[in-house]
Ligand binder design. Sequence first.
Ligand code: SAM
Length: 213
Amino acid sequence: MRLRHKPWAQDLLNQHPEYVVQNAEQYKGNWQERFGNHHPIYIEVGSGKGRFITEMAKTYPDINFIAIELQTSVIVSILEIQLDIHLPNLQILHTNGSHLNQYFDQADISRIYLNFSDPWPKKKHTKRRLTSPAFLEQYQAIITANGEIHFKTDNQGLFEYSLASMSQYGMILKEVWLDLHQSDFEGNIETEYEMKFAEKGHRIYRLEAYFPN
Ligand code: SAM
């Protein structure tokens, strides 16, 4: 993600605690209180500027969504969209997805989306990949029984790594798409990166997987 420095971003995030969760630890095991209902919660780790999650939240009002993003100058774009559309089922969490079990208890989360995660192609950076075993362990610690991970990327190397990592971890691969945009998959909501890469002719890979009980 190319970064444009936005010195005002942190201030704007601080000004909107109704959408940007502060002290997320307090909601661990009790996110119903934050959303005011018992609807299932889906998270996206590495939401970027938020096209996917905001469109998902519009499309599925009976699901609660949490956008998780590390970078201040990027996550502020999600807040800017939310300040236009005010979706009651969308919250924003400004943090690193590497320690999700600080904020979520087992079964707090019903689905996890990973979209066009940074590929970290060098072997010495394997641990930073969002589908490496330490991240899978975090996901397993917070997801409901049979809750799914949905992953999309245009990066063949990261996709192959993720298939191997998930199956070696013991996850069940429910479905795999080797060319999503040429498939009969319905209801795909495109991310910013997906739009950009698809336009350049890149093939889009997708998988759905879950942890066995
Ligand atoms: N998902 C968006 C899309 O498809 O358009 C953005 C893709 S961009 C390549 C990856 C995003 O993941 C970046 O915004 C980056 O800051 C974020 N990211 C990378 N590692 C992360 C982590 N450990 N926790 C939270 N966000 C992370």
